[in-house]
Ligand binder design. Sequence first.
Ligand code: CP
Ligand code: NVA
Length: 304
Amino acid sequence: MQVKTPRHLLTLLDLTPAELQHITSRATELKRMHRAGEIYEPLKNKVLGMIFEKSSTRTRVSFEAGIAQLGGSAIFLSPRDTQLGRGEPIEDSAKVLSRMCDIIMIRTFGHDIVENFSANSRVPVINALTDDFHPCQLLADMQTYQEHRGSIKGKTVVWVGDGNNMCHSYINAAKQFDFNLVVNCPEGFEPMAELMEANKDRVKIIRDTKEAAKGAHLLVTDVWASMGQEEEQKEREKVFKSYQVSPAVMDLADKDALFMHCLPAHRGEEISHDMLDDPRSVVWDEAENRLHAQKALMEFLLSA
Ligand code: CP
Ligand code: NVA
């Protein structure tokens, strides 16, 4: 049987800027249709496989609800009750699951795992978070910025905190959506050196949060300790103590600045207790847009 080479989303670099723009704009249209109660089922009978090796609220529910709304269905797969947890090789799992499912999303630890999986898959594979990247969150974030403020092209985004998977995806987004990025991180917690080097024309590090925030159009932060780093929590609390976004920090930014956080958030750590209630925070729209952005993504990948 002739099998078409599938398109994947492992990082934002797997799609062109035009394709990413199409997806974020399409997401806004799908949101309008959903809110209007329009039934739209282009993925009828399609099955989404969902592999979760880490916890999730937003990603699981948005993918599962999303495929259902598009007429398809989802199978939730955790290592606890599949052979993945008993050491069946990723390559074998990919070969088998991609003969049964039409599209597969994976949340796991090493980025090499999704690379290996996709290399052995007959169907599109979506990275639903690895230790290194979280591209689906960026689709929602870019959609959210566009809906509130229009194009992000040429704007300045400030990332406050750890140079982690979300920060890496912001660096890729800076390239693909054409904005400037300031990374405000403590020493020793910088993003991957090769990503910084590849994007040095548009990404820079500023260590002081107040300095970094000046004039920003979007401030973004994330937890100090990501999933898999639970044992570092106490140590990280000391290092990241001053890396907190608050309404006072937002006051230093552009007058139209927005605040985003992929959630879950830790009030009193990376954000002040009142940050999510500030009118500049759009975190609930951002979370909702995971649903619409991933519907647009699945529609795109299954028609590519
Ligand atoms: N932002 C995000 O990916 O949330 P979950 O971990 O709840 O999926
Ligand atoms: N950086 C966080 C993001 C969670 C959505 C983590 O990897 O745990």
